[in-house]
Design a protein around this ligand. Structure first.
Ligand code: HEM
Length: 506
């Protein structure tokens, strides 16, 4: 279990820690007037530049880059060092998986690591997103019932609209119980932490957190209570951790047990058979207890029953459970380890707007919690839970960075590394620093440059784009978690795996 959890928490890579910003500039755009990012607002006076970098010799280039990426440098240094070497935020490189057992995967990409270039990845007229969720490599469709689920479909495929609308409908339907389920299950999570601390002096919370995430999402998205099936209640999070890890291992840096990782974890794909029993139990559970949602998929969105269930499971297990399992430990760690007085400021804002533990929270309560919301946005900026976004050029086009224009050819794979793009010094003042108030007041203008959801935070997910269907649910849920935390506690101490002390609200 610990192994699976570790794989998941690293599956799309956590926060970078080293220093230099994506682009340094003495005058960030943040202090100038800002307009929404657009891939087509190219000033004509920028120089046309050949994309620097190389894919190297066949086989040798990809293997050398793979070893740097997974072993010698790690993901963050891999992208930073190449950006510095080429003095460019757009460059050619290879990303794993690659030779010897991934013969049909092409590791050649054009890396993009500044905010302005990154915005091209959202322009569905110039890029396509077919089967590139995690790069040129695509996990076997056996993991999703032999069906290509929503996240792998391009917007030009008619089924994308059907499935995206289904996902947004699930959320809309779930919104009626979302806050109640979130707060109810969060309270159980906090009760467990309190009991662990009183028994053992601290609480190693990841497995408790994953239970909370799964239970609240299952009730909200599937309309089913895991408690009605003891087997699901006990084993669902373990099954999902393994299911996620098996799909993502070939692309996931771990950097704990090299060279064994290179030999055993990054050299071939693992078969679905290893998790098929557990996945089938989840399928049966959704079929039996999520009938209303599954039938909506069939009747309102023209899906087959099995497509409805496999897509529901992907949204629940991969998008939602996977995403929150990476994001929430980072958020909790940020708050629980803070020594700057941020907790006192958050507590004051929450209590001023929402009173004590007895006051019911709602999405509306968040309107007056500017600092709480800003802390959530700033955590997502510095630690985007999905670090890499890929897109393939739909046609030849010109990509504009802050200082150059590059010719991109139809079919080339663009690989956006978000942790660097979100530290772009031309957009964000003091980009490496966690500034809790960054998005307060006029700082809200910067939301059009916050890209964790595969689109600007000011954008709207729709059938015509590939932005996360739950863009607002994710940020609002995180804000509600912080609000509830400071309704219950005066202070909380810990890190991304342990809570060591809590002081109840007086
Ligand atoms: C912290 C939690 C979450 C994170 C970090 C996250 C992140 C993302 C990202 C980055 C993408 C775009 C991937 C790409 O194309 O490169 C995406 C897509 C998607 N997400 Fe989320 N997500 C989260 C939660 C959720 C939830 C709760 C749902 C529930 C409905 C959801 C549904 C989707 C769907 C359906 C797509 C595919 C959109 C499309 O194909 O047009 N996500 N998510």
């Amino acid at each position: 279990m610990a192994m699976a959890t570790m794989m998941i928490s690293r599956m799309m890579s956590l926060s970078p820690s080293s220093s230099s910003p994506a682009s340094s500039s003495s005058t960030p755009l943040a202090s100038q007037s800002l307009s929404a990012p657009s891939s087509r607002s190219s000033p004509t006076n920028l120089p046309l530049r050949t994309i620097p970098g190389t894919h190297g010799w066949p086989l040798v280039g990809p293997i050398s880059d793979r070893l740097d990426y997974f072993w010698f440098q790690g993901q963050d240094t891999f992208f930073r060092s190449r950006m510095e070497k080429h003095k460019s935020t757009v460059f050619r490189t290879n990303v794993p998986p690659s030779f010897p057992f991934f013969l049909r995967v092409n590791p050649n990409v054009i890396a993009i690591v500044d905010c302005k270039s990154f915005a091209h990845l959202f322009d569905m007229e110039i890029v396509e997103k077919k089967d590139v969720l995690v790069g040129d490599f695509m996990p076997s469709v056996n993991f999703t019932g032999n069906s290509r689920v929503c996240a792998y479909l391009d917007t030009s495929e008619p089924k994308h609209a059907q499935l995206k609308n289904f996902a947004m409908d699930i959320l809309k339907r779930g919104s009626k119980v979302w806050v109640t389920e979130l707060i109810g299950n969060l309270d159980k999570f906090f009760d467990t932490i309190e009991s662990d601390i009183s028994k053992n002096g601290s609480s190693t919370y990841l497995s408790h957190l994953q239970k909370f995430i799964f239970n609240f999402l299952c009730k909200s998205l599937v309309g089913a209570d895991p408690a009605v099936d003891a087997d699901i209640a006990n084993s669902a999070t373990f099954t999902l951790d393994i299911w996620l890890a098996l799909q993502l291992l070939p692309t996931t840096p771990i950097r704990v047990i090299q060279p064994l990782e290179e030999i055993f974890l990054h050299s071939y794909t693992y078969p679905f058979a290893l998790v098929s029993g557990g996945y089938q139990k989840l399928y049966n559970f959704v079929e039996q207890h999520g009938k209303d949602v599954v039938q909506r998929g069939e009747k309102e969105f023209g899906l087959s029953k099995s497509d409805s269930i496999h897509n529901l499971l992907f949204v629940l297990g991969f998008n939602a459970y996977g995403g929150f399992s990476i994001f929430l430990p980072t958020l909790l760690a940020k708050i629980a380890s803070d020594k700057t007085g941020l907790q006192a400021r958050l507590r004051e804002e929450v209590r001023k707007t929402s009173g004590s533990t007895a006051t019911r929270l709602s999405f509306d309560s968040l309107k007056d919690m500017e600092l709480v919301n800003s802390v959530v946005y700033e955590t997502l900026r510095l630690n985007p839970p999905v670090a890499l976004q890929y897109a393939r050029a739909r046609k030849d086009f010109q990509l504009t960075s802050h200082d150059s224009i590059f010719n991109i050819e139809k079919g080339e794979l663009l690989c956006g590394y978000q942790p660097l793009a979100m530290r772009d010094g031309k957009i964000f003042d003091d980009p490496e620093t966690f500034k809790p108030d960054r998005f307060v007041g006029n700082g809200k203008d910067l939301l059009s440059y916050l890209f964790w959801s595969n689109g600007p935070q000011t954008g709207s997910p729709s059938e015509s784009n590939k932005q996360c269907a739950a863009k607002d649910y994710v940020t609002q849920s995180a804000s509600l978690i912080l609000a509830r935390m400071f309704q219950r506690y005066d202070s909380i101490s810990g890190d991304s795996s342990k809570i060591t002390a809590i002081e109840k609200a007086k």
